[in-house]
Design a protein around this ligand. Structure first.
Ligand SMILES: Cc1cc2nc3c(=O)[nH]c(=O)nc-3n(C[C@H](O)[C@H](O)[C@H](O)COP(=O)(O)OP(=O)(O)OC[C@H]3O[C@@H](n4cnc5c(N)ncnc54)[C@H](O)[C@@H]3O)c2cc1C
Length: 439
């Protein structure tokens, strides 16, 4: 159990969180009441892989969930597992892969807890095939301050089930989660990398190849200018039909200290982007690699968020409805390039049409663009104002899991079901994010 103060992944905004440990899931109701009595309110905290302030309690006192990390049940004939909410996706993979099962949906880091994955209804590179994480959650246990423990499923306490998926940890504490896994024959991924020169090319590739592949995503060189705006690398992947079923057992390395200045600047970004783009030869390049570098390349450096220095960074992730996606993404990239504020992690991906079960889930049919920016006060705020204006015009929305700046009015317009979530919210649970956007 950690005793150090906790931050979110972007290390911005800085509201250091005091963790309150938990050992037994049966004690969660009592812990919730105890911490709330002492500090006014609290919030469950998974592994802090959310970037902004949605995982930060308004009282700066959180219930630390990572220590609830036991598996409860697994049926390897059906691929249904039940585990405590603090179990990480990496721990699920460790037991599931050798038995021929994989996560049906995984975000770009395996260091996320089951509770965090449900509370943000996370998406992965296969949204166009399988929708969001919540769509594979059969049931969960929920502790609230105002009732005895509940079991929630599409049939039982159905309203709390839909509100808790994507419910930002506000409807109660997930005690355990029952998840349907996806069968695989190999832990290897067959990939194709294709370099493209424009957004038009990206959209053509995505229309042609997304429907034929389980996973699809693109990296964008967001410092490219003029004719090159929108160039990047489009990547598709599928689980190999046969091969080994092997859990990837190596752990990444750590940055020992936070550098005094951000290592991400215009020069390092331009170099990285150009090298990465040129590292991919023209044409369709096939390879077969372990699932680890395919899904989790960033996990090789355990605390890579420190490279942004003491001020931290913000991620900007928006979803743009289908009809406006080409035009709006071009506008967003042009603004970013013009302001010389490129990001070295710029990810573009098409969302599919599978409806997610969550009341406040982020994905919508269209595309999503995600970019990281060093936190630079006014400069970042001014850039985000311009990006927000574009997203607003096309009725797009921002992802609360990544957000530290969204205006309340934009949140309430983009997520009209927020009022229902407010009614269902456990009165003991509030985040800085929720205070900011519902005030
Ligand atoms: C490198 C990287 C890549 C990422 N890629 C993606 C991606 O591809 N797709 C995507 O969707 N997201 C992505 N994310 C975001 C990440 O998946 C989510 O923010 C996730 O919810 C973090 O989970 P966590 O366990 O760290 O929870 P935290 O960040 O600690 O908390 C997240 C939310 O879950 C709530 N919560 C945590 N535990 C519980 C519980 N037991 N009961 C109730 N609520 C709980 C918290 O209150 C909070 O609201 C990425 C993050 C990183 C750092």
């Amino acid at each position: 159990m950690t005793s150090a103060l906790l931050t979110s992944w972007g290390r911005y905004p800085r509201y250091a969180q005091t963790p309150h440990g938990n050992t037994w899931r049966g004690d969660l109701h009592a812990r919730l009441i105890q911490v709330t009595k002492a500090h006014g309110c609290t919030l469950p905290f998974g592994n802090g892989r959310s970037y902004g302030d949605s995982c930060l309690s308004a009282s700066n006192h959180v219930l630390y969930m990572r220590s609830l990390d036991r598996f409860i049940q697994a049926d390897w004939t059906t691929g249904v597992i039940t585990a405590e909410a603090g179990v990480s996706l990496d721990e699920v993979l460790r037991v599931a892969i050798p038995n021929g099962w994989f996560l049906p949906v995984t975000p770009g880091t395996k260091y996320v807890t089951l509770g965090g994955a449900v509370a943000n209804d996370v998406h992965g590179k296969n949204h166009h095939m399988r929708g969001t994480f919540g769509g594979h959650v059969r049931r969960f246990g929920l502790a609230r301050s105002d009732t005895p423990a509940l079991i929630c499923s599409p049939e039982q306490n159905a309203e709390l089930y839909t509100a808790t998926i994507g419910g930002l940890g506000l409807t109660g504490i997930l005690e355990w989660v029952e998840l349907q896994l996806m069968p695989i024959r190999s832990s290897l991924i067959e990939t194709i990398h294709i370099r493209f020169n424009s957004l038009d090319e990206f959209f053509a590739l995505s229309a042609e190849l997304d429907p034929a592949h389980e996973y699809a995503v693109a990296w964008i060189d967001c410092l490219a200018k003029a004719d090159s705006v929108g160039r990047g690398v489009y990547i598709v992947g599928d689980h190999a039909g046969n091969g080994r079923l092997e859990y990837y057992n190596e752990h990444g390395w750590s940055l020992p200290v936070t550098p005094p200045l951000s290592l991400i600047n215009r020069g390092s970004l331009r170099l990285f982007n150009t090298l990465y783009y040129r590292a991919h030869k023209p044409g369709r390049n096939r390879s077969c690699i372990s699932y680890e570098p395919f899904f989790y390349p960033l996990d090789r450096i355990l605390n890579w968020n420190r490279i942004y220095g003491p001020h931290g960074f913000q991620q900007y992730q928006c979803a743009i409805p289908e009809n406006d996606s080409a035009r709006a993404i071009a506008e967003l990239l042009t603004v970013i390039s013009r302001e010389h504020q490129g990001s070295f992690l710029a990810v573009l991906k098409r969302f599919g049409h599978k409806e997610s079960p969550g009341l406040l889930s982020f994905p919508l049919p269209g595309v999503t663009l995600a970019l990281d920016f060093p936190e630079q006060g006014e400069t970042t705020a001014k850039l985000f104002e311009k990006l927000d204006a574009i997203v607003r015009t096309v009725a797009g929305r921002l992802y609360p899991a990544k957000d530290a700046h969204m205006l309340g009015v934009d949140f309430r317009t983009a997520y009209p079901a927020w009022e229902r979530l407010e009614v269902l919210r456990d009165p003991a649970l509030t985040s800085h994010f929720w205070q900011r956007v519902t005030a």
